[in-house]
Design a protein around this ligand. Structure first.
Ligand SMILES: Nc1ncnc2c1ncn2[C@@H]1O[C@H](COP(=O)(O)OP(=O)(O)OP(=O)(O)O)[C@@H](O)[C@H]1O
Ligand SMILES: [Mg+2]
Length: 389
């Protein structure tokens, strides 16, 4: 995703040809800096022609030290030698005439290539993280957690794909109000030769966050027609393209789920405060142990915490023999957001459940995989964290 720093609220449309539709528009420099210093995955900042050259240079100087992989391009109404000299000395990669969309598109491509080289993302080195959200009991919050986590990851600028592996009754698309043009079933015809273009042909994008989604077909009978190796190929291809691949699952150990868990870098296991959910999760964890899964890449999330139902989080931890990483409180805003087709983290970001969902994504995913998370002033917020890959 690209950051566009411009005073014109319609700037995104003006430069759409060169920048594409994944643009984060900001009018203020401090805002741009905050986003970038918050450990975002943005790799390019384009500065509009009406931003003073001094402010543009200050930002570039700062990024040159703190985020050298981020390219800065400066747009000007007229190109003049003095401005170009100042700009290039401050670390701005190129100065481009604002009305020359072709020149801007070329500069964007050059900057992206350089960024990819700087972060070692080219070729076979590229490997995103696969995170599978699972529970052994239905209705405990898998779709809520996976959708919100993925939406939050995407909104930080990370290229994120949400795969709905609930192949019979998947409801990710409907909960984000998306109409998929292709589905997992279409991938069967590409078996053995799935590539980026093939995957992109079945992806639908959630405009508000930039999150990409692969949904199952609406015919539950299709689930049986999808071999597990298609799921494997889907996830392997996706991790070469995306920073994060989040997988939502049905409440059963299907061969598709086992395949996803097998290639996952992290399993997010969900329980609620009821004995069947805890018991089933314990059984599922035993099964994962038997299959040789590592306990290091598993986290337990307690959903709908705070309900007075005669079971508390300490008892859940004892039964599971694992600490609860994050507790998501019960909140009426959760079904309200789902019914509106907007992720809770966008619909009601101050809600306690939204805060917990962001914390799950920030602490258990982004920080775990080496992102530096912005220090947040709120109570119980995350401190600035060091990389831990
Ligand atoms: N923290 C919460 N507070 C209140 N309601 C919640 C919370 N989490 C989930 N819900 C509600 O619980 C219901 C089930 O959630 P969700 O669909 O996410 O579960 P699931 O595990 O994906 O279910 P399934 O197994 O059927 O796929 C939904 O109506 C959702 O709005
Ligand atoms: Mg679900």
């Amino acid at each position: 995703m690209t950051i566009l720093w411009d005073l014109d609220p319609h700037a995104q449309e003006r430069y759409g040809f060169a920048l594409g539709d994944r643009v984060d528009l900001h009018a203020h420099g401090p805002q741009v800096l905050r986003v970038l210093e918050g450990g975002s995955r943005h790799r390019l900042v384009v500065i509009g022609p009406d931003i003073p050259v001094d402010s543009a240079c200050q930002l570039a100087e700062r990024l040159r030290v703190d985020r050298p992989e981020v390219g800065v391009l400066l747009l000007r109404h007229r190109l003049d030698v003095t401005v170009m000299g100042l700009a290039l000395r401050s670390g701005i990669r190129e100065v481009v005439q604002a009305d020359d969309q072709t020149a801007l598109a070329d500069a964007v491509r050059r900057s992206e290539q350089l960024a990819a080289q700087l972060v070692g993302e080219t070729g076979r080195e590229s490997r995103g993280k696969v995170i599978t959200v699972f529970s052994a009991k239905g209705g405990v919050g898998k779709t809520t957690v996976s959708t919100n986590m993925a939406a939050h990851l995407a909104s930080t600028g990370a290229k994120t794909l949400l795969v709905d592996l609930d192949l019979m009754f998947g409801d990710v698309a409907i909960s984000l109000q998306l109409i998929p043009q292709g589905t997992v079933t279409d991938l069967v015809a590409m078996r053995g030769h799935l590539d980026r273009a093939g995957l992109e042909s079945v992806v639908v994008t959630h405009e508000q966050t930039g999150l990409d989604v692969v949904a199952p077909s609406s015919d539950p009978a299709d689930a049986e027609r999808i071999p597990a190796d298609v799921v494997l190929e889907l996830l392997r291809t996706a991790r070469g393209i995306y920073d994060y691949v989040v997988v939502d699952t049905p409440p059963a150990f299907t061969e598709h789920v086992l395949t996803a868990l097998d290639v996952s870098d992290l399993a997010v296991l969900i329980t609620t405060l009821d004995i069947p959910a805890v018991k089933n999760l314990r059984v599922a964890m035993n099964t994962l142990d038997t299959l040789g899964g590592s306990t290091d890449n598993r986290v337990v999330v307690l959903n709908r915490s705070g309900l007075k139902v005669g079971l508390d989080s300490g008892e859940v931890e004892t039964a599971l023999k694992q600490a609860i990483a994050v507790s998501i409180p019960n909140s009426l805003s959760v079904p309200a957001a789902t019914n509106r087709g907007v992720p809770l983290v966008m619909h009601d970001p101050k809600d306690a459940a939204a805060i917990a969902l962001r914390e799950l994504a920030d602490r258990q995913v982004r920080a775990r995989f080496g992102e530096v998370i912005q220090e947040t002033p709120r109570r119980g917020g995350l401190g600035r964290r060091r990389s831990r890959v």
